[in-house]
Ligand binder design. Structure first.
Ligand code: PEP
Length: 251
């Protein structure tokens, strides 16, 4: 049985005091449940403080981005070591906003994925097609290219530290959710691709999250699909009541 994983990507929202407020509400509202892992991904500026608030709780900490070099003249970037030093356990790589707004290629994403895994963090690796690609009927081809590119040179041993998040770009922040059937179809495709690239057991153990306008009113249906093992939540994770409801939908 795969454990469900619900992660909240706060994006470029919430200053330090709002971060403290949100994470405290999440922590206090969680009921004990071993079937679900909860991850919060605040902005870099809140990571250290949020860690002090979650470190003795079931809530885990993730970063929204990371650089692949270890240190040096990379103004504005943050390394894996820096993330670990403030209590991060996870890093998100390949988010569509990084791919489109910041021009991150599959090659850059692959370097980041490798750095995350080599340096002992866990990875939330995002993939997803645009509306144009879906309408052209090339969704699976796009996902396959992103997965093969992002995971190039990464061996099966590392897969246990990887979550793949399927996030159709047309569903992110738009209020349009993939139907449970559309999402399940691609999750199943991803699982079969991982079986082809690695092995049946690696594919069976792989946690695949869905992301794209997940809300309390659609979470139960999405999370009850066979190959959907959790959610990467944007907008709805900024409201503790909504985020807690989505977590409960995974119980
Ligand atoms: C995201 O940014 O990863 C995301 C899924 O956002 P939203 O839930 O707002 O669509």
């Amino acid at each position: 049985m795969r454990k469900k994983v619900i992660a909240g990507n706060w994006k470029m929202n919430l200053n330090l005091s709002d971060s403290i407020k949100l994470v405290s509400q999440i922590k206090n509202g969680l009921s004990e449940n071993d079937n679900v892992d909860v991850i919060v991904c605040p902005p870099f500026t809140s990571l250290e403080t949020v860690y002090t608030l979650v470190k003795d709780s079931p809530v885990k900490l993730g970063a929204q981005n990371v650089h692949f070099e270890k240190s040096g003249a990379f103004t504005g970037e943050i390394s894996t070591e820096m993330l670990k030093s403030v209590g991060c356990e996870y890093a998100i790589v390949g988010h569509s906003e990084r791919r489109t707004i910041f021009n991150e290629s599959d090659e850059t994403i692959n370097k980041k994925n490798k750095a995350v895994l080599t340096d002992g963090l866990k990875l939330i690796f995002c993939v997803g097609e645009t509306l144009d690609e879906r309408e052209k009927g090339i969704t699976q081809k796009v996902i396959e290219t992103q997965i093969k590119g992002g995971l190039a040179g990464i061996n099966e041993n590392d897969l246990k530290n990887i979550i793949i998040a399927y996030e159709p770009v047309w569903a992110i922040g738009t209020g349009k959710t993939a139907s449970p059937e559309q999402a399940q179809e691609i999750h199943k495709f991803i699982r079969s691709l991982i079986e082809k690239l690695y092995s049946a057991s690696a594919s069976n153990d792989l946690v695949i999250q869905y992301g794209g306008s997940v809300k309390p009113n659609n979470a139960v249906e999405l999370l009850s699909q066979e190959d959907i093992d959790g959610a990467l939540v944007g907008g709805a994770c900024l409201d503790s009541a909504s985020f807690l409801e989505i977590i409960k939908a995974a119980y």
